[in-house]
Design a protein around this ligand. Structure first.
Ligand code: IMP
Length: 427
């Protein structure tokens, strides 16, 4: 009863969408377990380019059932828009299930996200502004509204009334903003229930049945491990668990079902939003990486901060996820750089350290210790075998693998399915 998890090993945007799509061919179920439409997973197929925000990237394979797990927070209008776009491309949505326990991102969460961010001033987290943080706050504060409640509007009304009274007090008295009308929000709930009702299901039952009949499940992580609410660079993190533990709580999946954890790592580092990033390059090299790799957010369009590969951070994320295999993406972006650099340790307050500090303030004081490796000029984009890689690129990949401490199962050399070097078959 194997389940495999695909998790981001850095600060997100590692190229998980392509990896999920590639592996989904051999899966029965692809399930997302955390986050919301702050994510943007890009997949390119013969049908075109798709940016998934809520629907699992496995939906493009007609035999795959896709699950939106209860660890997620769902903006119903974004989901409906995404489903309609996929339907226009001839993709059957009958294979989608939405957990009845998943929480809703309500219009007041989006408003609060933006107001809270503005009030943070210089300490802004740089959230995506999609209401993700405030929706998780309400979940933990036991004020959230769940998908299943859209199917029982009579029971929902008094809850919604109480929640909205509290939200409106905050909106009007703390932020001086306009309140939301109960009638209007309730009307949205009715509309969402009618549209999404047929897809809402107890997905833990689907998962259990799949496991007991030997079906294969791919767990699609969103964001990156260094944005995890516990393991990331707190407070500059997202409000969920992108790490593999989130898959168990976010789907009702027994940990023993997870046969392997696939850590996706970009051959360099990027980060979007605030918070420390020791290898950030604010010079022409960083700009070249950004422009060459088009490092702009799929969800927000914001420029991403770019830098060399940080093996200290990568080793840490491999540890907290128990990464079985690495997938290395976007190696081709480093073509033509001389040298290529790997951060192997940090200098902090006059000491050399090789662990990832828990405090954002300490990490902010870390400067990278680099190991320089010879670069390569021959293009690596689109290559499909290890032997075709320039020897310097091979050396870079092998050193990176050694520093992180996990074998590389796959190298992605481009956004299309076939632009892949498969080294260890995952199936
Ligand atoms: P939030 O998830 O919108 O609350 O944003 C919190 C932090 O996580 C911000 O720094 C965002 O830029 C970052 N973030 C959230 N989702 C993603 C993602 O999918 N990729 C990269 N960064 C993300």
């Amino acid at each position: 009863m194997p389940a495999y998890a695909v998790i981001g090993g850095q600060w997100g945007d590692e190229g998980k969408g392509k990896v999920v799509d590639y592996l989904a061919r051999d899966m029965h179920i692809v399930a997302r377990y955390a986050g919301g439409n702050n994510a943007g997973h890009t997949v390119i197929t013969e049908k075109g380019q798709f940016a998934f925000h809520l629907v699992p990237a496995g939906i493009l394979w007609p035999h795959v059932t896709c699950i939106i797990g209860h660890g997620m927070v769902v903006d119903p209008d974004v989901l409906i828009g995404e489903m309609e776009n996929l339907e226009r491309h001839g993709i059957d949505m009958g294979r989608l299930q939405i957990s009845d326990r998943a929480h809703l991102i309500m219009p007041y969460h989006v408003a609060l996200d933006r107001m809270e961010e503005a009030s943070r001033g210089k300490g802004a987290i740089g959230t995506t502004g999609k209401g993700v943080g405030p929706a998780y706050v309400d979940k933990v504060g036991r004020m959230g509204i769940r998908m299943g409640e859209l199917l029982d509007l009579d029971a929902l009304l008094p809850r919604l009334k109480a929640v909205l009274e509290q939200k409106n007090r905050i909106l009007t008295q703390v932020y001086g903003a306009a309140p939301f009308s109960l009638e209007e929000v309730y009307h949205h709930c009715r509309r969402w229930g009618e549209r999404l009702g047929p897809f809402i299901a107890p997905v833990e039952v689907t998962i259990r049945r799949a496991l007991s009949t030997g079906q294969r499940i791919l767990l699609e992580g969103a964001q990156g491990s260094l944005l995890d609410i516990d393991h990331g660079t707190y407070p500059y993190v997202t409000s969920s668990h992108p790490t593999v533990g989130g898959a168990c709580t976010g789907l009702g999946l027994p940990p023993s079902a997870i046969q392997g954890v696939i850590g996706v790592y970009k051959a360099y580092t990027t980060r979007v939003g605030g918070g420390p990033m020791p290898t950030e390059l604010t010079d022409a090299v960083g700009d070249t990486i950004r422009e060459r790799a088009w490092e702009y957010g799929t969800t927000t369009g914001r420029p991403r901060r770019c830098g060399w590969f940080d093996a200290v951070a990568a080793r840490y994320s491999a540890m907290v996820n128990g990464v079985t295999w690495m997938v290395l993406t976007r190696l081709d972006v480093l073509d033509g750089f001389h040298p290529v650099r790997l951060c192997v340790a940090y200098q902090m307050d006059g000491k050399t350290i090789d662990h990832f500090p828990s405090s954002a303030a300490l990490l902010g004081r870390c400067t990278p210790v680099y190991e320089d490796l010879p670069g390569w000029d021959r293009p690596t984009a689109g290559l499909t075998s290890w032997e075709e890689l320039p020897p310097q690129a091979q050396r870079y990949a092998l050193r990176l693998q050694e520093l992180v401490g996990c074998p590389i199962a796959m190298i992605s050399t481009g956004p299309r399915r076939h632009e892949t070097i498969e080294m260890i078959p995952i199936r």
